[in-house]
Design a protein around this ligand. Structure first.
Ligand code: GLN
Length: 230
């Protein structure tokens, strides 16, 4: 995924997060402002969210460009959630372009997205077996699920050590908190009284956006946001 976003806070519509802002993920799918790798994100998209009284996150994913989904555009204003993870995809060369390769990936409890690339040869074979797709990002997510998402920082550090060319910006959400890493790409944070947004790039010009330095782990809970060096 080349641009991704996660939100934790007071319930907001999917449209207000993913479609409506002036530089939303929808706009980033054809005109990203800070993307270093790839130019458009037209190889699919995905949105995952938690609904009240439903334990498992819901997901809507597609292998088509986000700008072409009139159905999502009509449903998104009508669905609100307090925890959302969304992404638009620019497929890495050689990766399949189908729905199963589009983030967010899930183990039934967590949602994970990966902005970057990794050599699949440095991942344990078990990660490939359990993954939703042969896509590098799905296999990396599978490794994080198997290791435990609380060890996200350690997994990124270790995989980054084994593949020095890897870019490992990841987002994870479980409905009550968010985790994110920066490892080779951009990430920004917007904290407001209503909630906190993590995004590959700001979706508007709100002066409260701040940039996360490279090689950091971010954690967002209802109590606040912490940063830790990786
Ligand atoms: N490597 C992942 C894929 O092919 C993510 C690509 C990206 O971040 N641009 O889907």
């Amino acid at each position: 995924m080349c641009r991704h976003l996660a939100y934790l806070g007071r319930a907001r519509s999917l449209a207000s997060l993913v479609l409506a802002p002036p530089s939303s993920l929808l706009v980033q799918s054809y005109a990203p402002r800070r993307q270093r790798h790839g130019t458009v994100n037209a190889d699919g998209w995905g949105v995952g969210w938690w609904a009240p009284e439903v334990a498992e996150p819901a997901r809507w994913r597609s292998a088509s460009p986000l700008w072409g989904s009139a159905s999502f555009a009509s449903v998104a204003p009508a669905v609100a959630s307090s925890c959302v993870l969304a992404a638009v995809r620019s497929a890495t060369a050689g990766m399949p372009i189908d729905e199963s390769a589009a983030a967010p990936f899930t183990d039934g409890r967590w949602l994970i997205s990966h902005n970057g690339r990794v050599d699949r040869a440095v991942l344990p074979p078990a990660a490939a077996v359990a993954a939703e797709s042969v896509c590098d990002s799905a296999q990396l997510a599978s490794l994080v699920f198997a290791t435990g998402v609380d060890a996200l920082g350690e997994v990124v550090r270790e995989v980054g050590g084994r593949d020095p060319g890897a870019r490992l910006n990841m987002l994870a959400a479980d409905g009550t908190r968010l985790l994110a890493t920066t490892w080779g790409d951009t990430l920004s944070v917007l904290e407001t009284p209503e909630g906190t947004v993590l995004a590959s790039e700001p979706y508007d010009d709100d002066p409260r956006w701040t940039d996360v330095p490279d090689r950091h782990l971010v954690q967002v809970t209802p109590d606040g946001t912490t940063l830790e060096q990786l």
